[in-house]
Design a protein around this ligand. Structure first.
Ligand SMILES: *Cc1c(COP(=O)(O)O)cnc(C)c1O
Length: 369
């Protein structure tokens, strides 16, 4: 049996012909840039998040860069984020010239923790970037309180958490000054290529973001800011608009699969990311934790199961960030998670047989030891 990580044909379902027909119209009439298709998706996603302003951009990475630019964060400023995040969070901070300040995550939630943020705060702290890793929402209330006390911005990296909410009901990406989303094909809401979005409740930040994504222009040839060129593509907007109405059902399906995994793996030695009562974890990744990770990965791979390591190298040990002068041993939890986490396949449409095949294969791995 093969257990795949993605099913793009399944995501389009019966809408494929409509999407292709809309592509044909767009290709022929030339409405490629910031067209009504882009506005339509921005409106739909704004309604989904219940946010007044959503702007489509080129990628999740650009969403983060634009958010930092909109908050005027740059050289000399410190930005606090998680040591176990994906590379792009930290690259964005470096791209605007600011200094990333890494924080070791909580070993149970795998997320950045308010107490650790409070310890990392300095006079130069200009922003905090909580990352809702694997689809679990960070405790934003406490993080916002810390940010407020030092007058720092909160920029949420919600690239893995479309529709997630915490046990106190806050929707990921909507509580900070700016929320950043990715629609990379691997994410819960997937474009057919790179795409991303920023959201904000602030009129002021929205108008800066609108200019910054379009070469700093207020209108054609009137450039008020030094911006970049990072607009959501009209064709990607069509794909995203077709899929967004299914996102809530897809997230529920991910939760159902995760619950089955947890139940069926409960008598194996693997550990899980903590789930808090009342939260909506949207399981962008279903991570299991074991010291036998590498052996288990090859065991599963050789049996047709597409498990994957996300992410094998923590930020402070990535060559790109060598200039930060950080060393092995400084973030022990991030290092342990990098060595021990394994992402099992999870995707809407996964059958009970596939789930049972994955869990019985993991069971037989332990019996064979
Ligand atoms: C995917 C991802 C990004 C970057 O998004 P892209 O669209 O690939 O640029 C940033 N942060 C996190 C946590 C991600 O998972």
């Amino acid at each position: 049996m093969k257990v795949k990580r993605y099913d793009y044909a399944g995501q389009f379902g019966e809408q494929l012909d409509d999407v292709v027909n809309t592509f044909r119209t767009i290709l022929l009439d030339g409405s490629y840039i910031l067209s009504t298709q882009v506005e339509r998706f921005e409106d739909m996603f704004a309604r989904f998040l219940r946010m007044p302003h959503v702007l489509g951009v080129n990628s999740g990475t650009d969403a983060l860069i634009l958010a930092l630019m909109a908050c005027e964060i740059g050289p000399g400023d410190e930005v606090i984020t998680a040591a176990n995040t994906f590379y792009a969070t930290v690259a964005a901070i470096c791209m605007v010239g600011a200094t990333p300040v890494l924080v070791d995550p909580n070993p149970e939630t795998f997320l950045i923790e308010p107490v650790a943020i409070a310890r990392a705060v300095s006079k130069r702290t200009k922003a905090i970037v909580p990352v809702h890793l694997y689809g679990k929402a960070c405790p934003l209330r406490e993080i916002l309180a810390i940010a407020e006390s030092v007058r720092a911005y909160v920029i949420e990296d919600a690239a893995q958490a479309h529709g997630a909410s915490s046990s106190t009901g806050e929707v990921a990406g909507t509580q900070g000054h700016i929320g950043c989303f990715s629609f990379h094909p691997s994410k819960n809401l997937a474009a057919a290529g790179d795409a991303g979005a920023v959201c904000t409740a602030s009129e002021d930040l929205a108008s800066r973001l609108r200019m910054l994504r379009a070469l700093g222009q207020r209108r054609q040839n009137e450039h008020l800011l030094v911006g970049i060129n990072s607009k959501l593509d009209a064709l990607q907007a069509v794909v995203l608009s077709a899929k967004l109405p299914s996102l809530t059902a897809w997230n529920s399906e991910r939760m159902r699969i995760a619950a089955l995994y947890r139940e069926q793996l409960s008598d194996t030695p693997v550990e899980f990311q903590r789930i808090d009562s009342g939260e909506q974890h949207v399981f962008h990744l279903f991570q299991i934790r074991t010291s036998q990770r590498d052996a288990l990965l090859s065991y599963l791979t050789s049996r047709g199961i597409e498990a994957a390591i996300r992410y094998p190298t923590p930020i402070h040990l990535q060559p790109a960030f060598a200039d930060l002068g950080l060393e092995a041993g400084q973030f022990p939890v991030a290092e342990a998670l990098a060595d021990e986490l394994l992402a099992l396949p999870i995707r809407p449409g996964m059958s009970n047989e596939e789930i049972a095949y994955v869990t019985t294969t993991i069971g037989s791995f332990w019996r064979a030891r």
